[in-house]
Design a protein. Structure first.
Length: 228
């Protein structure tokens, strides 16, 4: 919408790890609320660093980073957990608890953010249903396919109904069929109102999604396109 402040704003952002090693080099990027964008590029291009700036796993060295009107650089270390509760973070490696069932994995995440037993009993089936994995609620992670494990990981990221979903290589461990299932699930969540930012080098999947593509190279934005 014209005149509306972007939901995410990177303004000439730099990340320097040392005098000679940089993660981001003068990145400027705007993401509007409700958008779905892909960050594309080879390993080392800066995709993951950009996501980690939003979660404050990586500190911005120079420039301005604003998330929903808030200066991310000004967030104190004590405030970082609260910042992260406003986003759903989907890791590449699923990071599921191996000795706990699908139900227990999501319940554990809900307990960690202070939900009561009654709230957990109500929320878990709703979350599992949203990611189409409720029928495997009693299964352990090793009994699931890669695509099913990723659905559980996404479900866990939805525990606070976050307005922002960040996914770092969510299809990196999946075959093409499961990769498209996961991308379609993220697209459905986007249609329900979530802003979605996906870092990936899986162009075969990206080209089927008709979303905005931000191409990264050597810590810079090399170009943008809307894949139609």
């Amino acid at each position: 919408m014209e005149g509306q402040a972007p939901y995410i704003l990177f303004d000439r952002v730099e990340v320097k790890y040392s005098d000679v090693v940089a993660g981001l080099r003068g990145v400027s990027l705007e993401v509007q609320k409700g958008e779905f964008i892909f960050l594309c590029g080879q390993t080392g291009s800066g995709k993951s660093t950009l996501l980690k700036c939003l979660t404050r796993e990586v500190r911005v060295t120079k420039g301005r980073l604003v998330l929903n009107g808030r200066d991310v650089r000004a967030v104190t270390q004590k405030e970082v957990p609260l910042l992260r509760r406003e986003m759903g973070i989907v890791p590449q490696d699923f990071a599921l608890l191996s000795g706990k069932t699908v139900w227990e994995n999501v319940a554990y995440a809900l307990r960690a953010v202070g939900r009561t037993r009654r709230e957990i009993r109500k929320a878990v089936p709703e979350i599992l249903d949203r990611v189409n994995i409720l029928h495997r609620a009693d299964a352990l992670p090793h009994e699931l396919s890669g695509g099913e494990q990723q659905r559980v990981a996404i479900g866990r990221a939805l525990i606070n109904n976050p307005p922002l979903l960040l996914a770092d290589e969510p299809t990196g461990n999946l075959d093409p069929t499961h990769s498209m299932e996961i991308m379609q699930l993220l697209a459905e969540l986007n249609l329900r109102g979530a802003t979605v930012v996906v870092a990936t080098h899986d162009m075969a999947v990206v080209e089927q999604m008709s979303k905005r593509i931000v191409q990264m190279e050597f810590g810079r934005i090399a170009g943008e396109a809307v894949d139609a």
